[in-house]
Design a protein. Structure first.
Length: 423
């Protein structure tokens, strides 16, 4: 605490605001726990001076890309590979967190997180087998939030004929977190049907087919926080999963790769694909916009949200035979069209083509601001890319050193030839 500030007085203010009354024994016990925990500071993390928001973490832009590239590299995988889901032998797995702005709308949070996790499995050519639920409620949260969330989850799983196979339900911080809030995520598991539709299969000369984008958790949040809840109805849609199902069952021979338009919109997807495959996407803006649900597109235009920099939850299909792909999708009443093509890298990950001219779309630091608060926060950071990179490397190095220390501790306790290795 700052000098001259009584910690008990400060806590009393917060507790009385949320609880309406203050249990003095609880307050004193909380202060005691905090003071005792400081004796374990050497077990905590080592700050580098870069906060998550300033780094762009979770904001689906270049900042987020840099952080996750470092995390992927630290795990021993290719730091350029941001595929929607990972695979082990013939199994494919993914995980998606609850959209933070949907914490007070548990059904929508459960529906969209489950839809996103299963979609990530399915765009890689996986047949979904089940989902895992991890849901945390604060102590003050009404228990109905849990059941509301589960209803959203099972709306999606029932549609696909699968079920929840495992889960964890906990309280956030046990007894000491104030306010109503849920957090957590959904994991999905599937089995590869025949070939993995990974992004490294994307190459110059392929066509980009896109299905209609109705929006997911991001568009839902935009609609709610701009006071347009009626637009949320457009996002309660599972045609994206149906499109993946059609590809998996009828079109694997015609499709090279799939992904969804989520992480920072098509700007973000193109950045990830380009860094992995050294290609550029050339997109027809009219066709792209025509495949966004009319209600969703109208709202984006009204509140000035960049349609190329926000998740619209459409499916991108990379193929050499677009007519066959579109024909099969339309038989299933799924809207789809060719929205572009793939070329060798031209200097930027993505371009818009209008007539005989092309215009580059540069990646943004964060996704397109889609709520009033996000517009105030903006799409920049006070840290340069070089400084962010240096601080991220420092954080990764600190963690690696701690891992080494605890690995040595584990090895000192193991008998025989069983030893842990560090990556």
């Amino acid at each position: 605490m700052q000098d001259g500030i009584d910690p008990e007085d400060e806590l009393r203010k917060y507790i009385s605001f949320y609880k309406g009354k203050v249990d003095e024994k609880f307050l004193k016990a909380l202060v005691e726990e905090v003071r005792n925990s400081r004796k374990a500071d050497y077990l905590s993390f080592s700050p580098v001076g870069l906060r998550a928001g300033e780094a762009g973490l979770g904001s689906r832009g270049t900042g987020d890309y840099d952080i996750h590239s470092a995390i992927i590299g630290a795990s021993g995988s290719d730091p350029r590979n941001f595929d929607d889901a990972g695979s082990v032998e013939d199994l494919v797995v993914s995980v998606d967190g609850i959209h933070s702005r949907l914490s007070y709308f548990p059904y929508l949070a459960g529906f969209h997180a489950t839809r996103a996790a299963l979609r990530d499995v399915m765009v890689k050519g996986g047949r979904p087998l089940g989902v895992l639920v991890d849901i945390h409620l604060s102590d003050d949260s009404d228990v109905s939030m849990l059941f509301d969330f589960q209803a959203g989850v099972t709306t999606v799983t029932d549609f696909l004929g699968i079920r929840v196979v495992a889960g964890s339900t906990l309280r956030i911080g046990g007894d000491i977190v104030l306010g109503e809030r849920i957090s957590g995520g959904i994991g999905a598991i599937g089995k590869i049907r025949g070939k993995k539709l990974t992004r490294d299969r994307i190459s110059a000369g392929q066509y980009v087919v896109m299905t209609e984008g109705n929006g997911g958790g991001t568009v839902t949040s935009m609609a709610i926080y701009y006071g347009r809840p009626e637009v949320v109805d457009a996002t309660i849609d599972l045609s994206d999963l149906m499109a993946c199902k059609v590809v998996g069952e009828r079109l694997l021979g015609e499709v090279e790769s799939m992904t969804d338009v989520t992480n920072g919109g098509i700007r973000g997807d193109a950045l990830e694909v380009s860094n992995l495959t050294s290609t550029s996407m050339i997109i027809d803006p009219q066709r792209f916009r025509s495949l966004i649900d009319p209600k969703v597109l109208k709202l984006m235009e009204e509140v000035e949200v960049d349609v190329y920099g926000v998740s619209v939850d459409a499916i991108l299909i990379f193929t050499n035979n677009p007519d066959v792909v579109i024909g099969e999708l339309r038989k299933a009443s799924i809207k789809a069209d060719v929205v572009g093509r793939v070329e060798k890298y031209l200097g930027h990950p993505i371009y818009l083509e209008e007539g005989s001219t092309i215009k580059e779309l540069k990646p943004n630091f964060r996704e397109s601001p889609y709520t009033p608060v996000k517009k105030v926060v903006g799409n920049t950071t006070t840290f340069t890319a070089e400084v962010r990179s240096r601080l991220i490397r420092s954080a990764a190095l600190n963690a690696a050193e701690k891992k080494e220390r605890f690995t040595q501790l584990l090895n000192s306790r193991l008998a025989g030839d069983v030893k842990f290795k560090t990556s």
